[in-house]
Ligand binder design. Sequence first.
Ligand SMILES: NC(=O)C1=CN([C@@H]2O[C@H](COP(=O)(O)OP(=O)(O)OC[C@H]3O[C@@H](n4cnc5c(N)ncnc54)[C@H](OP(=O)(O)O)[C@@H]3O)[C@@H](O)[C@H]2O)[C@@H](O)CC1
Ligand SMILES: [K+]
Length: 528
Amino acid sequence: MPTPPDPPIELLTPSEMGRADALTIAGGVPGYALMLKAGQNVADAALDLLRETGGDKIAIFCGPGNNGGDGYVAARFLREAGLQVAVGALGDPRFLRGDAKQAFQDWPGETRAVEEIDLGVADLVIDALFGAGFSRPLEGRALQTVERINAAGNPVLAVDVPSGVDGATGAMGSACVRAKKTVTFFRQKPGHALLPGRAACGDVLLTQIGIESAVLTDIAPKTFLNLPSLWREHLPRLQIEGHKYARGHLLVASGPMTRTGAARLAARAGLRAGAGLVTLVSPTEALAVNAAHLTAIMLRAADSADDWRDLLADRRFSVCVFGPAFGTGRKTVEIAEVLLAAAEEDRPLALVLDADALTAFAPDWEVLAQRIKASAARVVLTPHEGEFSRLFSKKAETAPPVSPSERAPSHESLAQPADFTSKLDRARAAAEAVGAVIVLKGADTVVASPDGRASIAANAPPTLATAGSGDVLAGLIGGLLAQNMPSFEAAACAVWLHGEAGNLFGPGLIAEDLPDLLPKVLAGLARS
Ligand SMILES: NC(=O)C1=CN([C@@H]2O[C@H](COP(=O)(O)OP(=O)(O)OC[C@H]3O[C@@H](n4cnc5c(N)ncnc54)[C@H](OP(=O)(O)O)[C@@H]3O)[C@@H](O)[C@H]2O)[C@@H](O)CC1
Ligand SMILES: [K+]
């Protein structure tokens, strides 16, 4: 029997996790049984870490909620395992409630105030201050405790999330614990994948505590780690009897004479991703420079919006990557509008609007949204943070729609600086507002679909932050769209391939290297 494919990896927000707990408890599993298993998993992870680093002295910092409860349970198991355990409480533990109170009562050792814990002698620190219930920036004693833990420099094992990190967004307010390892439960949270939270987690260890996957049917999570399991079944499959037109004809728009490289990078990436044919559409003045650098990629001239309209009369052109180094003037808006208007019910067209095509509309994202919503084209927008905030800097004039995300991001939140709303929320709100798939780029690229689904990528190496890298990504998305991969899956797949290509090359990467690494990445994907 063939093995079933890996399922997509869901990321649960703390409130979705709360529902998973509640459904499990309603199904007859006591909350304290979940906490006992969580604490046991923390203790096991601590023992593993100590086997690596040596030593037997553990300092455990317990907060005022159930995260602290996990800490008291771990303390008991570690003491039973023969370790020297010092427990410090933030807040008076006599005020603990529910399962955490039970855990504290079952801890047979001494509990001191956090300030009394001597970090100088600890071989390992367990951070059980705040987890899913973390709700505001740290201040006062909590802040001082976190700063003291970080300053001491002991290896830290964080329970669920490093204290100070918001599990839903990866944001941190004033400070957060810097962990060597983070033990989490049932499913990872967006805060483990989104920066800066991801960087504070160290290695994330996912453990099970007795919550059945079946609860996810009720919760219907919509956020996923960007891994092949999310989009593998939609990958284009080459047919032995197929011809190149079956794999689509991708157009890539070139900038003027001194700015043609971006389009060629995108075109080459599109061809490597499997588009059947790729044509570079160049201003007449840049034809010679483009022609001098192209072989498998074809070349056509178009200068004005009218030229583009004429070009698009050929219905075999199925996808266009528009924007890289094109210029941000009025003509860019006009050509984007021609592209969007060219799609019809019986003439599917997919568009990747990138870079200057986004900036040209800024700050009138509502105009872009109107054009996209009136269009039959499948559209993917690929802003980096700067392009995103330029495009969405204007507040909505209409009432904001209800957002699918737990924090109800709105058109208002689109106009907020990045620090105030999470990347996940902003990308989702934008996708819904504009009616297009949004690829909000960075080291933790979020792909969001207007239907509320979103993915977070965690495989991009820092070397990908290099000139032209975004052009390659736009081309990859175009190449996959050309082969009729659905837009959300194509965008997520391209982001993953892009990250893997970067990883494969290692240091010294330049954007030109990326397209030619694709065959190896695709071959590895086929084998996995
Ligand atoms: N059955 C289950 O549910 C299971 C849960 N499990 C564990 O429970 C954890 C979630 O527990 P939780 O919901 O009690 O929240 P938790 O993170 O302990 O913090 C809440 C407390 O912190 C306080 N507080 C918040 N922010 C603050 C700040 N900045 N500065 C100061 N105080 C602040 C907040 O105060 P309040 O906001 O109410 O004033 C409240 O007192 C989860 O991460 C996992 O480890 C596992 O055992 C598996 C089974
Ligand atoms: K914690």
